[in-house]
Ligand binder design. Structure first.
Ligand SMILES: [Zn+2]
Length: 587
């Protein structure tokens, strides 16, 4: 029996195609059972941006790297976050020796409060700043176990199990203390290069190249590296160039300067405050998360300013416009962020006025173009000038483009390469970067979430087995209780609306007691569609009256008949597939 609802749903579903790979074999097949094997498994971050999580496993231990969240997509309406699926890890939690967190961004730490108890609260190894950000987030979640966090920095080593050790090294990114990881295992060194970019000195020489070369010289069996900007041409714009451009722009402004950026771009935030001081302006921070991050960085000594460089936003009115610089969140046009509040006149302390210079110091994340356009329009209408990174280079991404990727590959000289972090398209571009610098194409392993790479001293093979990795959704207080079915319903409701038919039957005879009631939400406006509504009413009446004798007392049977036939009828008449919700009341 064709289910109108199900067939309707299939129209909405965007399919992700995974072409089954023939099992990837390199060099020789592993026949010697005693040869060490390390399994490498990404649980998230390979078919999306965010939800970064991966682990390595051998006979007696598991080491996890990152536990991030992903923000909702168009295909997940109403969802707060998507987190990694830890079912496999949960079943082997006694083997977990460590959770390594590479840096404090939410796509690397955000899922921690949802999983730690289930994983047996393993020891977390991370940098000082990420540690503070993890702990701050814990405050928002009740009933959390006390976390056991070991703070590590560049050059630190730790023994995680009988035969796995780890060494940490610095990476340049938009948050201080981003850590790369060398996992020293029986099969060789596995190096994880998380979010990073190269910084270049004034002569164009990459800074810190020698550190990476030293790690490369130790021998790298497999390099696991991010791919977020791997298809973009060129090399990273040095943060110094960005700062110079921002300073030039600030210097020209006559009135107030209002800079919008991400709360997580702590390094940039520090530089902006320094320029403000240099130009004789006081800095004011608008936005809770930005203020909190700044506080953390200051407490740990990462950012140092003169005494009243940063002042409370409540004191803004005490200063002349030309002495003011405001930094706030919301450069992506987020509806609940500070910048949009300012633009729409809802901010408690800041009202837009002619003479203001708004500087959006971040490139637009795809999907946010419309919101940013509205934001810019609103500000311009009120007489402000708006500058964006496409017009002047005032933004450097935290993710290295092509030339940065190639430099890292050259420094590390890995035997095998697994591109991670990003959609397949981005990771495939990173494979080309590796091929460009001379790596054999077959030594680049293209995994998807849940796939297993089996590493031995002499080989890297994609296993036929897989680990469960479908997304786990968080909606309000519920973790994982919104599944495929609920999502499908939400998608139909948001796309096509719903129609409810209420049928009142006599409990004893199964006969219709009154005309069916019809309710429509988001499908058609009843008043303007009387004819169609009457027709639906007649059809429902007909269906119920013509039910075979034997079935008249079965409300479920009545419901499925109504669902199918009314669904087909409405599609034929409107070419739409609303959710059909028959309700049978027996009195
Ligand atoms: Zn990051």
């Amino acid at each position: 029996m064709a289910d109108a609802l199900a067939s309707g749903a299939s129209d909405h579903k965007v399919m992700r195609v995974r072409i089954p790979l023939s099992t990837h074999r390199h060099k020789k097949i592993n026949t010697n059972m005693k040869e060490p094997i390390i399994k490498y498994v990404p649980l998230g971050g390979l078919e999306e941006i965010g939800r970064n999580c991966m682990f390595i496993e051998n006979e007696d231990s598991i080491v996890i790297m990152d536990m991030g969240l992903q923000f909702p997509e168009d295909s997940t309406p109403g969802i707060d976050y998507i987190i990694p699926n830890i079912k496999y890890l949960e079943s082997k939690k006694e083997k977990i020796r460590a959770l390594i967190i590479t840096h404090g961004h939410y796509d690397h730490i955000g899922a921690i409060p949802y999983v730690m108890t289930k994983l047996g609260n393993p020891t977390i190894y991370t940098s000082a700043i990420a540690r503070e950000m993890i702990l701050k987030r814990q405050d928002d979640f009740p009933n959390q176990p006390k976390l056991n966090i070991v703070t590590v920095k560049n050059g630190d080593t730790a023994k995680l199990s009988a035969d796995i050790a780890v060494e940490f090294f610095d990476l340049d990114h938009t948050i201080p203390d981003t850590l790369g990881v060398v996992l020293k295992t029986p099969v060789g060194n596995i190096v994880h290069v998380t979010d990073f970019r190269f910084d270049y000195d004034d002569t164009g020489k990459p800074i810190a190249y020698d550190t990476f070369k030293r790690i490369g010289d130790m021998g790298v069996h497999t390099l696991i590296m991010e791919s977020t900007a791997a298809e973009k041409e060129g090399q990273s714009v040095s943060e110094r160039v960005v700062i110079k451009n921002l300073e030039d722009l600030f210097a020209k402004a006559k009135g107030r300067i209002i800079v919008g950026t991400f709360a997580s771009m702590i390094t940039r935030l520090g530089e902006i405050i320094k320029i403000a001081s240099k130009l004789g302006r006081k800095a004011f921070i608008a936005g809770f998360s930005m203020k909190a991050n700044l506080q953390i960085a200051q407490n740990l000594g990462y950012l140092k300013f003169e005494k009243d460089a940063v002042l409370p936003i409540e004191d803004l009115h005490k200063y002349k416009d030309e002495k003011v610089l405001i930094v706030c969140t919301g450069a992506q046009g987020e509806s609940n962020a500070q910048l949009m509040k300012i633009a729409t006149g809802q901010h408690r302390f800041i009202t837009t006025k002619a003479g203001d210079s708004f500087i959006l110091s971040s490139s637009i994340v795809p999907g946010n173009e419309g919101a940013v356009q509205i934001l810019k329009d609103n500000l311009s209408r009120q007489g402000a000038r708006v500058f964006q990174s496409s017009h002047i280079d005032i933004h450097s991404s935290g993710h290295g483009p092509k030339e940065d990727m190639k430099l890292m590959l050259q420094a590390m000289k890995p035997t095998y390469f697994i591109p991670v972090h990003g959609y397949y398209f981005m990771r495939a571009a990173n494979r080309e970067n590796a091929v460009d610098i001379g790596m054999p194409r077959e030594n680049v392993l293209m995994l998807d979430n849940g796939m297993i790479a089996e590493l031995t001293p002499e080989s890297a093979v994609i296993s036929k087995d897989q680990v469960e990795s479908y997304m786990v959704m968080v909606d309000g207080l519920g973790v994982g209780d919104v599944g495929e079915v609920v999502l499908r319903d939400r998608l139909i409701l948001s796309d096509e609306g719903m129609m409810v038919m209420i049928v009142t039957l006599d409990r004893k005879t199964g006969k219709l007691l009154k005309k069916p009631d019809i309710i429509s939400r988001g499908f058609i406006y009843l008043k303007d569609n009387q004819e169609l509504v009457e027709e639906v009413r007649r059809k429902v009446k007909n269906i119920v009256e013509k039910m075979p004798e034997t079935q008249t007392l079965d409300p479920e049977f009545a419901k499925s008949l109504i669902r199918d036939q009314i669904g087909a009828f409405l599609y034929q008449r409107t070419k739409r597939r609303p959710m059909i919700l028959p309700v049978v009341i027996e009195v």
